[in-house]
Structure formats: structure tokens, C-alpha cells
Design a binder for this molecule. Structure first.
Ligand SMILES: Cc1ncc(COP(=O)(O)O)c(C=O)c1O
Length: 543
């Protein structure tokens, strides 16, 4: 490419090189800003990816292109935090596939210009969902932490792989530091605990069950399921579906996941667990693991961990705690007692990408016993995990995992922890709890809303129905519930079309569709909560 074509001249480039001095070394901030402005205004219609670094003349063009990308991202970030901006500009999948206003998802044989790529970047964000918007309440993971984002940018720039210290020296040691910290917070101070970051809570749960089975039956690794009796595991009926998925994946089978009844708040009933264990034994099955949930997905319920730990001890069962959602609460001195007994678990899933607001994805599987993950998973591939390396190979942690290549998920968490300190997370989490209390209190006073649980929320989940005027005074009946079932999806559909708020809904057991509010978005304020209530009434009053 001729650099002149895209607004460059040699003199211009030399000048830019001269100007691009580190701000700390130069008092001339204006010169740098001017350079940025020039870069942002450069038209890249005749420039292509092949002109960027490592192309010989690519340095200035690379800077120009990346600054423009960053400018697009900054614009998006500002919009994300602006309550007046829409959360999404909804289109159906077929519309995206057909192409929208020149945004064409089809791939071609020929390269597109850098200018076109910038348009594509803008459009990709335009038709996406602003998950950091103060009124985005749709998922357990929400919010946009600027430090976490910076961590993710750095991680992508470093573009390395977590399997060995050799190629990720800083990140593997950082991972060890974080795992140690998290194990200590769980309460495994004396024990030589262990763990690894994995691609999400579902995979962490899979690791928990995998290690539980290996501990009981180490021969499984070589011989497979044929040498095992019919093993069963237990989880509450409010447990996450990833437990059944893990059982299917591991060859245990979903029929061998026994769902334990919950009380009216969605907590596992210990007596039911014991009953189920005895029943399974009588039927000739072999219990090996209990999965307790600390912060259930829909109701935000905490299973009674001490009672479950007692039962596990009596029956010699592995206790896994799925604290994917609730784990962050351990950082709050006011609320951590709700996970009392977690220190008695054999393994724990904890997702910093949920309550702690770390950008997706960031999840850890932690085990009380050191070495099990390694023993269970390692294959000692000689091309990667050579025993005679120059450094301490205990930091080559890759063989503990099911993966070979592994994304660096730790840096953004480490950087956020540095930025906030443990107390900063605590403040953030306590604020969510206050917001949940406030929301619950306001809804309780409104006669067109009904809470699924009248009692004050234990976590940041608040579940509720909205009753439009035509249903408000009709007593509960099958017919009334059939109508109520349709209300939440209709309101949600309208929310998406208008892009004003996003909130999830679901039926559960005998409860027809209800909304689930959760607080995990640091941008949310009380005014956004008030707005949500008004918006539901506005969208639902004529239904
Ligand atoms: C309790 C619980 N466990 C596990 C998971 C799965 O986590 P992930 O989405 O990171 O796979 C979720 C997700 O919402 C959850 O709520």
C-alpha cells in the first residue's frame, strides 16, 4: 500500500515517531494529544491488515488503527454508562444474517480495508447488548469494570497460554497467588489446598465431580466406568443444570443424579438428603458425592452447608460446593456467615465473573487436598511438560486441567483485586445487598406486585410477579395462573424491543413465570431500581 494514499507522508511519519514519546518523559502533553487526533482522523480506506505490524513500515499505521479501535471502544463504554442510551438495538437472527445497513456477516475471499474493519467493529457493538448498562439486570454476570477491561486488553495483547511457566511466567505465579488467597478466604488455612482457573462455573463443577470420583476410584483413569459400581450423586432440585451436564459428560448419566427436595426458600433439606442416600444404598447404588449450592441461580438460596457436611462425613461422601454465584459473598464480613461450613467442603466452585464483576470469564475450582487435580488429569505429555526444565516445574500447572491450551483468566481478577483491595469488593457486594433489600421493600408495598418469598432476601436475587390491573383482584386459580404465565414473557419481549431494561424470567416447579431481579452490576443505582418498577408497570398495565 502507498502510505500517501491514506494520508501519510514520510515527513508525517517521522514527525509522528518523534511525537510519540512516553508522556512521563515529555511535558508536551498537547503534542501527544495532537498526534492522537491526527491518528483518529486518518482515513484507512486504502490500508489493509497486511500493512500493519509486523510489516516493515507498519508501526505508525498500527498505532493509528489501534487508536481508532480504542476510540470506538471508549465511545461504547461512555454509552454503556449513560442511562439514556438503549441497552440494545434488537434485531432477529435472520435480520443479522441478511445484513443490516451494510453490516455484512458473510466472509469473502478478498481482504477488507482497515476502514471497513473499523465500521465492522462499530456495528458489532451497535447490534450487541450493553451488559454494563446500569439497567441491565439480565444475568448473574453483568457490569463493566474498567480495570477488569484493562486487564482483558493486556491479556489479549500478551496472548499467551497458561499451560506452562515457560511461556506465562507472570500469569502462572499470579494464578498461584490468587488460588492461595481464595482458598484462605474459604477457610482452608491449615490445609495444603489446590485449584485451577477453568472456563466457567459449569466446567469447574465438572472438575469437582471428576475429582470426587477419582478420589474414590483412582482406577477409573485407566480402566473407565466399567470397573465401577453404579455410582450416584446428589444435588438439590434448585442446583445448577451443569451438575447433570457433568454427569452426562463423565459417563455417570443424568439418571444417577438424585435431586434432593428443598424447603420453601429453595434450600436443600438435610433430612431429605439423608433419606435419599439411604434409599439409593438400599437400591444397590453407590453414593459418592453431594453437591451443595451456595447461592442458587434463580432464588439465590444457600444450602445448609454444616448439616450437609455432617451427612457427608457420616456416609463418607465427597462434598462439593457450587458457590459459582455465592462465592463472592465470602468477601463480605456482614454476609459471609451464609456460607458457614464451606470450609468443610472437599471442593468449591467460585466464579469471580459473577458477583465480583470480573469480565467474563473467570472461574476457579478449588480443592482442599493438594495434588488430586494433577493426579486425576495429568498425562505428562513430554513435548510440553519436560521434567528436566531449568525452573521449578510445579509452576507448569497445565497438566492439572482437562485442556491443553488455556486462556489467561487471572490477570483481570488480580488487577481488580489490586485496584479495589479485598475491602473494595466487600463495599461493592454490601451495596448490592442493600439494593436488594430496598427493591424487596418497595415491591412489598405495591399491590400489583407479588414477591415469590415474603421474607427479606438472603442474597441479591429478588423474585416476583407483576399483576396487570385485569388480573390483580382475581384469586389464585389454574385459569388465573395460565394468564399470569404469559405476562412476564410479554413484558420482557417489549423490554427487548424498546431496549430500556433487561431482566430475566422463568417458571420454577409449580410457580408460573416470574421475574428474577439480581444485583451484580456496579453501575446500578436506586433510581435504576425505581425505573425498573415503573417500566414494568408501563409495559404491563394493558396486558
Ligand atoms: C449456581 C451456578 N452454578 C454454576 C453456574 C454455571 O456457571 P458458568 O455460566 O460460568 O458456566 C451458574 C450459572 O449461572 C450458577 O448460577
Amino acid at each position: 500500500m502507498d502510505l500517501k494514499e491514506c494520508g501519510y507522508s514520510l515527513a508525517n511519519r517521522k514527525q509522528m515517531r518523534k511525537k510519540s514519546i512516553h508522556p512521563c518523559q515529555s511535558a508536551d502533553k498537547d503534542v501527544i494529544e495532537e498526534t492522537h487526533t491526527e491518528n483518529l482522523m486518518t482515513n484507512l480506506s486504502n490500508a489493509y491488515a497486511s500493512d500493519l505490524l509486523p510489516s516493515k513500515e507498519g508501526k505508525d499505521l498500527t498505532k493509528c488503527f489501534l487508536l481508532r479501535v480504542v476510540n470506538i471502544l471508549l465511545h461504547y463504554i461512555e454509552k454503556t454508562f449513560d442511562v439514556k442510551s438503549k441497552i440494545l438495538d434488537f434485531h432477529h437472527p435472520h435480520q443479522l444474517l441478511e445484513g443490516l445497513d451494510g453490516f455484512d456477516l458473510e466472509l469473502s475471499d478478498h481482504p477488507e480495508s482497515l476502514e471497513q474493519l473499523l465500521v465492522d467493529c462499530t456495528d458489532t457493538l451497535k447490534y450487541g447488548v450493553k451488559t454494563g448498562h446500569p439497567r441491565y439486570f439480565n444475568q448473574l454476570s453483568s457490569g463493566l469494570d474498567v480495570i477488569g477491561l484493562a486487564g482483558e486488553w493486556l491479556t489479549a495483547t500478551a496472548n499467551t497460554n497458561m499451560f506452562t511457566y515457560e511461556i506465562a511466567p507472570v500469569f502462572t505465579v499470579m494464578e498461584a497467588v490468587l488460588l492461595k488467597k481464595m482458598c484462605e478466604i474459604i477457610g482452608w488455612r491449615e490445609a495444603e489446598a489446590d485449584g485451577i482457573f477453568s472456563p466457567g462455573g459449569s466446567i469447574s463443577n465438572l472438575y469437582g465431580i471428576l475429582v470426587a470420583r477419582y478420589k474414590q476410584y483412582p482406577e477409573i483413569k485407566a480402566k473407565g466406568m466399567t470397573v465401577l459400581p453404579r455410582i450416584v450423586l446428589f444435588v438439590s432440585e434448585q442446583g445448577h443444570y451443569s451438575i447433570k451436564k457433568a454427569a452426562a459428560t463423565l459417563g455417570i448419566g443424568t439418571d444417577n443424579v438424585i435431586e434432593v427436595k428443598c424447603d420453601e426458600r429453595g434450600k436443600m433439606i438435610p433430612a431429605e438428603l439423608e433419606k435419599n442416600i439411604l434409599q439409593a444404598k438400599r437400591k444397590g447404588r453407590t453414593p459418592f458425592c453431594v453437591v451443595a449450592t451456595a447461592g442458587s441461580t434463580v432464588f439465590g438460596a444457600f444450602d445448609p452447608l454444616h448439616d450437609i457436611a455432617d451427612i457427608c462425613e457420616i456416609h463418607k461422601l465427597w462434598m462439593h460446593v457450587d458457590a459459582a454465584w455465592g462465592g463472592g459473598l465470602l468477601l463480605s464480613r456482614n454476609h459471609s456467615y451464609k456460607l458457614g461450613g464451606i470450609e468443610r467442603a472437599d471442593s468449591v466452585t467460585w466464579n469471580p465473573h459473577k458477583l465480583m464483576g470480573v469480565p467474563l470469564q473467570c472461574s476457579a475450582i478449588l480443592t482442599r487436598e493438594k495434588g488430586l487435580l494433577g493426579a486425576c488429569n495429568q498425562m505428562q505429555a513430554e513435548y510440553l511438560f519436560q521434567p528436566d526444565k531449568v525452573y521449578n516445574i510445579n509452576f507448569d500447572t497445565g497438566d492439572k486441567t482437562l485442556q491443553c491450551g488455556r486462556h489467561v483468566d487471572v490477570f483481570k481478577l488480580w488487577l481488580m483485586w489490586k485496584a479495589k483491595g479485598t475491602y473494595g469488593f466487600e463495599v461493592q457486594i454490601d451495596r448490592y445487598m442493600e439494593l436488594a433489600k430496598y427493591f424487596h421493600k418497595v415491591l412489598k408495598k405495591k399491590d400489583n406486585f407479588k414477591l415469590v418469598f415474603d421474607a427479606e432476601p438472603e442474597f441479591t436475587n429478588v423474585c416476583f410477579w407483576y399483576f396487570p390491573p385485569r388480573l390483580k383482584h382475581i384469586p389464585k386459580s389454574f385459569e388465573r395462573d395460565q394468564e399470569l404465565q404469559k405476562i412476564a414473557p410479554k413484558i420482557k419481549a417489549q423490554m427487548i424491543v424498546e431496549g430500556t431494561v433487561m431482566l430475566s424470567y422463568q417458571p420454577c416447579g409449580d410457580k408460573v413465570n416470574f421475574f428474577r431481579m439480581v444485583f451484580s452490576n456496579p453501575a446500578t443505582r436506586q433510581t435504576d431500581v425505581d425505573y425498573l418498577i415503573d417500566e414494568i408497570q408501563r409495559l404491563g398495565k394493558d396486558l
